[in-house]
Design a protein around this ligand. Structure first.
Ligand code: PMP
Length: 330
């Protein structure tokens, strides 16, 4: 039996699963990296650990210090767990629009939760700017700054990409995922290209994000909107700079939700919407690359985080989204 040396060593080394439905639908082998298997149940545990250990190595945080961050929730959950394990406090700033479950989870983990109204990035009340100010005002505190701190993407070069390469035995034709900070896309993209320049890296962008237009036509421009949490970026973050993006897709919530539904009903995987958008992107990439190819994507977080939204009939009806047939009215 394999035993880890401590709880932090539980982060990463997640399983890779061959997804039957998406593989059959596309004639390729599509693999999902099970990031919901991290202790905080999302891909963001990896960035949280790397950001905190980078700050420690640089001498930016002392024992008993505080980690402050603005987040859609998952990075906050990862940071709160890492902070507890290392004897730090955590202050997490979140927009009010994110799921109730993430807020309850953060409080339950012992983080100090600050919620702010959703605002554009150009507004100083935006959760990212609020968290930076809070960090400046707090003694012995660091601002994790996941969007522009490249310790985030290093977690995916050193960890996620290397693991995918090994798990797929060096036979990887393509990789795709959506972008929140860009740490995953850029990190896995750079890591895989280092192993094999021929791996195709694709962006799967939700509506409401500006990156599809940027990679397709060189202009940051958005169209429509999405209910997906944790993804949808409007600028080139430091983590995204130099990301080796070869091709791009725009994925609707309906297309992503259809894979969330199928993966749960047919394969027993309960996921969030960013995972569904990633799988939809992997199917599109498979069709572009042709039959027989091997493609990896990210299963970012657990669906248990969205019981009041994606898995709630009333909420879905209010958003005019298709309701999973087995969901009863409240
Ligand atoms: N999916 C979910 C649910 C997330 O919380 C995040 C992180 N914001 C992502 C995807 C995107 O990951 P990244 O920040 O590495 O781009």
């Amino acid at each position: 039996m394999h035993v880890t040396k401590d709880t932090l060593a539980l982060i990463g080394n997640t399983p890779l699963v061959r997804l039957k439905g998406p593989s059959e639908a596309s004639g390729c082998d599509i693999f999902g990296k099970c990031e919901f298997a991290n202790p905080g149940a999302s891909v963001k545990d990896r960035a949280a650990l790397f950001i905190v250990e980078d700050a420690e190595q640089k001498g930016l945080i002392q024992p008993g210090g505080t980690i402050v961050e603005g987040t859609a929730g998952n990075t906050g959950i990862g940071l709160a767990l890492v902070a507890n394990a290392k004897g730090y406090k955590s202050i997490i700033v979140m927009p009010e629009t994110q799921s109730r479950e993430k807020m309850d989870t953060l409080r339950a983990l012992g983080a100090e939760l600050v919620t702010v109204p959703a605002a554009p990035y150009s507004n100083q009340g935006h959760f990212v700017h609020t968290s930076r100010r809070l960090a400046e005002e707090t003694e012995n505190a660091i601002w994790a700054n996941q969007f522009d701190n490249v310790a985030n993407r290093r977690a995916h070069i050193v960890g996620t990409a290397a693991e995918i390469w090994e798990q797929m035995e060096g036979r990887v034709d393509g990789f795709t995922c959506a972008v929140g900070t860009g740490g995953t896309l850029a990190g896995v993209g750079l890591g895989l290209k280092e192993k094999d320049e021929g791996v195709t890296i694709a962006l799967s962008d939700p509506y409401g994000a500006a990156l599809y237009e940027y990679y397709a036509h060189g202009e940051l421009k958005s169209e429509g909107s999405s209910v997906a949490e944790g993804i949808g970026q409007g600028r080139i973050t430091a983590n995204l700079e130099g990301a080796p993006v070869d091709t791009q897709f725009r994925i609707s919530d309906e297309e992503g939700l259809e894979w969330v539904r199928r993966l749960l009903a047919e394969e027993g995987l309960c996921l969030g919407l960013s995972s569904g958008i990633n799988v939809a992107g992997a199917v599109r990439l498979a069709k572009e690359l042709g039959p027989g190819k091997r493609i990896a994507t990210i299963l970012c977080d657990t669906g248990f985080r969205y019981l009041s939204t994606l898995y709630n009939r009333e909420w879905l009806e209010k958003k005019d989204l298709p309701v999973f047939p087995w969901l009863a009215a409240d």
